[in-house]
Write a protein that binds this ligand. Sequence first.
Ligand code: AHR
Length: 494
Amino acid sequence: MRIIINPNRSKGTINRNIYGHFAEHLGRCIYGGLYVGEDSSIPNVNGMRTDVVEALKALNIPVLRWPGGCFADTYHWQDGIGPLEGRKTIVNTNWGGVTEDNRFGTHEFMELCRQLGCQPYLSGNVGSGTVQEFSDWVEYCNMGGVSPMADLRRQNGREEPWNVKYWGIGNEAWGCGGNMRPEYYADLCRRYATYLRNYDDGHKIYKIASGANVDDYEWTRVVAERAGSTIDALSLHYYTLPNDDWQHKGAATEFPMSEYCSVIHKALRMDELVSRHGLELRRADPGGRLGLVVDEWGTWYDVEPGTNPGFLYQQNAMRDALVAAVNLNIFNDHCDTVVMANIAQTVNVLQAMVLTEGAKMLRTPTYHVFEMYKGHQGARQLETYAETRIVDLGGGMDFPDIHVSASEAADGSILLTAANLDPERPAPVECLLDGLKSGSAVTGRVLAGRPGAHNTFDAPDAVIPAAVENIRVEDGKFAAQLPPCAVAAFTIRL
Ligand code: AHR
């Protein structure tokens, strides 16, 4: 099968933020996963788990979205600042009805971002908050001079503003964020956007409107048309479920082949969603100023047996690695539209990078895909074409076997990422690239295993990348073999 890389055609730079993440006050994502508190016996720096932070740092996370999700529209940021003993204890009504004592608030989140070396993306409360409350949060974070909120921040130990760039104007306003109609939300969004001020001309804020669910193009059309001039981007949420029945979504590691096929088939749908929402944005904004922010995506299964249904804790297998590869390839190839994406969620929730159990931690197959793909961040997207076979295992959920994207880094090296979605057959591939010489260096790493293969706390390295053997390089092309159910990353130095 041939893959063609065309180094002469590009849609532009792949925004680093496409490799963004999302961490909500949900289950054990923040508490126990990212944050254990300074007094924990689990090694930590200022309360952040050292093992998790070190693992995540290797992914070069560009941006982290917080505090929700649905939680964001019940979150009152002032509950989470100041001395711990004075912080309000609330009920997390969205996620299991558990007690939320606000130990982890704005200052702790900023400290986490500092340790990870990433930008914060704060999702503000529109559903149950007020314009004043949201506007005060921006002032608290970004005002460098004298003002009530800047003074309060200083009182809480932070002299300099954080200059937070990315602000989400509510979350899922069509659902848990207020059950609004697009017309109503568009007006509300304009109002909120008016009072989210820039406090420093050198640090303009970037306003992201709550966008559509899946294929609700009408939402994007109305919000872009009516509120587009007041914002910088609209979001999109799309999760990949094996079955559409939310009560029986399907399991993460033990699943029938029909559910393997439905997950891959549905993951590929992201291409159509991004294209069509992108068209709606361009209709309202022909100049291309408005971006698309896919700030929630990933797989969503039934929770692991015996765990709290409200905590959304699921395992993560090779099938998830393929879903990650497909989505990231799609975002790369739509880099003229997709300006940010945030996988849900970083730790212990949905399609996580790492899972923890007490002091133990494991890296998931999805983690390894993000690590293998990190060279695409900020690189120049290159046009690719793949000859494919259709994998049709019945059930009407067919898909092409090979899925690729490529980019050129500042140093001239080319990264080709390729997934073999066929769960049974290996794929011999021949990659054509002008300028390749028989003496050029081509190296590859591959993550492979049966669709349900995963890492456990007892065997945390059962699924890890290995070197691709027997890469044959000739003038103008190289050849290699992809195992079934595999994600590969090739680095080409001409
Ligand atoms: O990521 C879990 C939830 O999924 C988020 O809180 C919500 O925005 C979405 O429905």
